[in-house]
Design a protein around this ligand. Structure first.
Ligand SMILES: [Zn+2]
Length: 264
């Protein structure tokens, strides 16, 4: 896959801007290489974390680009190609089709070559289930484009794209009767696609902050019971610190290092 151009989102820049120069350069290279040539560069550390946020969007756009190209080719040939040139049509499969199959499903296809309604994959039911838990009743067919258009990594985890879309819609100021209509089209709205990585980044930062606070609280409760200098177990607490009654050394909690520190 080689492309002549790609979309660079503001959210990419916002994610990258705060990083050290070295990581910035690595990420810019990774974006360029993946978007133009489909080649993934191995990243480490922070770069790797941010790449996880950026890559799905590039993947989604590359998919859209490829689909658009296919559409143009089929157009030249005068219509959709036969999916099954050998006429080897399978019975309605009872088993869940491989999810990769979904990627190849034409977005406008309402029926397969057999004239049967295309069977939605189990993943559509998974999307349907998430949507329902968010208060949106959508059909498996309405769920299908989310799988086709978005990277799998956007659809899993507690901060997945559907959670984001639901939150945005409920705070959009639009009348509630429009919610369902907005939700089923969320996968195709550039505004949502553009903003999701930034939102996810904020969620990750918030979660990290929360985890740090929990860790701090736990470490703070585990206060010293013995003086580091003289070994005395007679400590006096005052305003969150502990002082040795014998040698007067003081132990205070260091929030940044998340540990108790003694000083004489
Ligand atoms: Zn002491």
């Amino acid at each position: 896959m080689a492309r002549d151009s790609f979309i660079f989102y503001r959210s990419f820049a916002e994610a990258i801007d705060d990083l050290p120069d070295k990581e910035q350069l690595e990420l810019y290279r990774a974006i360029k290489e993946y978007a133009l040539n489909g080649q993934e560069i191995e990243l480490t550390g922070l770069g790797k974390t941010f790449w996880k946020l950026i890559k799905p969007q590039l993947t989604a756009n590359n998919k859209r680009y490829e689909n658009g190209k296919k559409g143009a080719e089929y157009g030249k040939l005068g219509g959709r190609p036969t999916n099954n040139p050998n006429g080897d049509i399978k019975e309605n499969p009872k088993k869940t089709p491989n999810k990769n199959v979904n990627v190849n499903v034409n977005e406008n296809a309402d029926a397969d070559v057999n004239g049967q309604p295309a069977e939605p994959a189990a993943d559509s039911f998974y999307i349907q289930k998430i949507a329902k838990s968010l208060g949106f009743n959508i059909t498996p067919r309405q769920a299908l484009p989310f799988i086709e258009k978005l990277d799998q990594s956007w659809l899993t985890g507690e901060n997945n794209f559907l959670v984001f879309a639901a939150e945005k819609i409920k705070f959009s100021g639009k009348p509630p009767k429009d919610y369902e209509r907005l939700f089923v089209r969320a996968y195709s709205q550039d505004f949502y696609l553009n903003e999701y990585p930034t939102w996810l980044l904020q969620k990750i930062k918030q979660d990290e902050e929360k985890a740090k606070e929990v860790k701090q609280e736990k470490a703070r409760k585990n206060h010293p019971t013995k003086c580091e200098f003289c070994g005395s177990e007679e400590l006096q607490e005052y305003s969150g610190s502990y002082q040795c009654k014998k040698c007067f050394a003081i132990s205070s909690f260091n929030k940044d290092k998340i540990k108790w520190e003694w000083r004489e």
